[in-house]
Write a protein that binds this ligand. Sequence first.
Ligand SMILES: CC(C)(COP(=O)(O)OP(=O)(O)OC[C@H]1O[C@@H](n2cnc3c(N)ncnc32)[C@H](O)[C@@H]1OP(=O)(O)O)[C@@H](O)C(=O)NCCC(=O)NCCS
Length: 149
Amino acid sequence: MEMLIRPLTSGDLDQIVAIELEAHEYPWKKSIHNSCIEVDYPSQVLEVDGELAAYAVYNYLYDECHLMNITTRPDRQGQGMATKIIHHIYQDAKQQGMKNVLLEVRASNHPAIQFYLKEGFKEIGRRPGYYPTKEGREDALVMQKDLTC
Ligand SMILES: CC(C)(COP(=O)(O)OP(=O)(O)OC[C@H]1O[C@@H](n2cnc3c(N)ncnc32)[C@H](O)[C@@H]1OP(=O)(O)O)[C@@H](O)C(=O)NCCC(=O)NCCS
């Protein structure tokens, strides 16, 4: 299995939008991905044998890395893809002087919460009603990982 991690480019967009639709109940639209590329947010794509398997988009603000999106293609989930990408992000963020990684996650997104807990993220707060749901709104957990220890 040949793996490659590289920044996301506009040439990946159609594939990413297709994965996004498969993997998320509330997917990012192509326009959101497009504007992240336009404003030059850092991003990573993980290719396995030349096929896009996972990706992440993040942002740096002062000494904080804000993880905005991390997604593994459904048929590649549970194979360590997100782990590989997030470890790459820690390295990148540390090199850029970031002290922690911060993210919001739906309170009902148990696979993602388990993933972040395994990665050493701690819940540091909640944003009530942050996300829309079919029935109304749901909370976001705010989670943080210290990169300095
Ligand atoms: C969350 C997500 C990115 C994890 O990606 P992944 O490539 O499957 O994760 P990994 O294989 O690297 O898993 C690492 C650890 O995360 C946890 N984990 C991953 N999927 C899990 C699941 N379905 N249930 C419980 N724990 C899970 C486990 O602790 C796992 O370690 P283990 O394999 O030793 O048990 C993936 O489920 C996904 O793309 N979900 C849809 C998009 C999403 O919700 N993104 C996060 C938005 S904040």
